[in-house]
Design a protein around this ligand. Structure first.
Ligand SMILES: *Cc1c(COP(=O)(O)O)cnc(C)c1O
Length: 499
């Protein structure tokens, strides 16, 4: 058979092969050199201009476009491959994940459902995670973009559970007796609030329970809040425990929350974006005791397991309620007894995505190639590095700790920097110099420097180098800031009028 005149395959496969090999070499060198060069550099205006062009009517040679990638994209990336990237809670990726991502793109499977092997690979990962978390083997799970969406979808499952025979999908929220109310610690990620907004329950009906000195949810306060809401005729339905809070890595007492959830008939969901994966380490595992009692867990493979972005995930203990929350009987999704449309539960029955990529493949490769022990060892190492940094901070004349270290996140700041302006200055300086990339957060109303050590590449020398860079930056910042510059750094910019 002759090929079509307009197909998008290479006109010359051997040229394509040569170009692709160069592309692969370029990226292997990029990852091999992950600790070289600036952590981050801002794309100059002339580079940004290149991405403000008109829609090209005619194509270019692949080689040419690859040249653009090398010159204008690769040097200005996020920086989270670098061992001194400690900002936010970004995973570092791996060369293995990169190759797996290429293989998945080659197959171009649509993992919404149907009878093909990618669905089995995804089920394999679900079963592994059920095992790792101590969930029953029939638990169902789904890859999504990230934990934000995973938390939202878990909340939808919890809402379905609360609605029961009232059929919230058909009848809407009004069918449910009493206003649904959820509980999470004050340290919970903002996406939990957003999930309440998106689900139509209202942010106002998320109770942010006070936390203790370890920044974990106060269990007495949770019990009291649930009791008060019941007394007011409201309908408590969900408690979200946090395993590794985004700001400080704090872990709620999941076992105690599970007890309350059981006594009060609440859905127990855990936001374990990175922290849930502490189960991969025998040393850290006790910190998340009670996780095995959750009704659902949301987490990311792209953070502490370094699967390339994106690979969010949630797992639900009860497959029936999970299915009930999402499965639909559209004509074009009809299952057949045989052939490509065979199979019972498809991923599209477990979430709102229909077209879905093969995120499971890069995750399967990561776990197969490294094994749970080595992945757990990397996780442990980041916690050791956090302790090392904490010791440096405590020994420093310039800096002081701002929150206790539970896992891998260290929050600190310049001593006596009451408005946090020096902290802001130091972080921006380190970024702009490309020396290191911690991030900023606000603790007790004051900006703090936050080092989330996630990267498997970050070792002792990196931590020591980071500390030296911090000390230098602190000395510079203390001398510098001009009053006008300080004003422009305030959260709301210079105050121009009083209102
Ligand atoms: C990162 C994080 C999230 C959000 O996850 P995304 O993958 O960025 O959507 C939610 N909760 C916690 C505790 C996190 O650390």
């Amino acid at each position: 058979m002759k090929r079509s005149k307009v197909d998008l395959d290479p006109r010359d496969w051997e040229t394509f092969r040569a170009d692709s090999r160069r592309a692969l070499d370029m990226m292997i060198d990029f990852l091999k050199g992950a600790r070289e060069g600036p952590v981050w550099r801002q794309a100059p205006d002339e580079v940004r201009e290149r991405f403000r062009r008109e829609l090209p009517a005619k194509g270019r040679e692949l080689e040419d476009v690859l040249g653009d990638f090398e010159r204008y994209i690769k040097p200005y990336a996020n920086g989270n491959t670098h061992p001194l990237f400690m900002g936010w809670a970004h995973g570092a990726g791996t060369p293995v994940g990169m190759v797996a991502e290429m293989l998945a793109a080659g197959l171009n499977s649509n993992c919404g459902g149907r009878n093909h092997i990618a669905i089995d690979v995804e089920r394999q990962v679900v079963a592994w995670m059920a095992q790792a978390f101590g969930f029953p083997p029939e638990a169902t799970g789904l890859f999504v973009t990230g934990t934000s969406i995973a938390n939202f979808l878990s909340l939808i499952v919890a809402r379905e559970h609360a609605s029961g025979v009232k059929n919230v999908r058909r009848n809407g929220l009004a069918a449910i007796e009493g206003q649904l109310v959820a509980y999470a610690s004050r340290e919970a990620h903002n996406c939990v609030r957003q999930a309440m907004e998106l689900a139509g329950l209202g942010a106002r009906h998320l109770r942010l329970v006070p936390s203790n000195e370890r920044r974990a949810m106060r269990i007495d306060a949770l019990t009291r809040a649930v009791g008060e809401d019941r007394a007011r005729g409201l309908h408590p339905f969900l408690v979200v425990g946090t395993a590794g809070s985004v700001d400080t890595g704090a872990i709620d007492d999941l076992d105690a929350i599970a007890d309350i959830a059981k006594a009060e008939d609440l859905w127990f969901h855990v936001d374990g974006a990175f922290g849930a994966l502490a189960v991969f380490s025998p040393t850290l595992r006790p910190l998340v005791r009670g996780l095995e009692r959750a009704d659902s867990i949301a987490f990311d493979f792209h953070k502490w397991l370094h699967v390339p972005y994106d690979a969010g995930f949630f797992i639900v203990r009860d497959p029936a309620v999970h299915r009930r929350a999402f499965a639909a009987d559209a004509a074009y999704l009809t299952r057949a007894p045989r052939g490509l449309a065979a199979g019972e539960t498809w991923p599209c029955d477990l979430g709102p995505d229909l077209s879905r990529g093969f995120r499971a493949l890069k995750t399967w490769f990561t776990i197969e190639v490294f094994g749970a022990e080595r992945l757990g060892a990397c996780i442990e190492q980041t916690c050791r590095m956090a302790s090392r940094l904490e010791r440096h901070i405590e020994a420093s004349e310039n800096f002081a700790m701002r929150a206790p270290v539970t896992l891998n996140i260290v929050c600190f700041g310049v001593k006596d920097d009451h408005d946090g302006q020096l902290n802001r200055e130091i972080v921006m300086e380190l970024h702009e110099r490309g020396e290191a990339a911690p991030s900023l957060t606000i603790l007790d109303g004051v900006p703090a420097i936050r080092a989330a050590i996630i990267n498997h590449r970050t070792g002792e020398d990196d931590i020591d180098a980071f500390m030296a860079l911090l000390e230098r930056a602190a000395r510079r910042a203390k001398k510098e800031p001009h009053p006008l510059e300080v004003a422009s750094l305030l959260p709301n910019g210079p105050i121009l009028s009083s209102d």
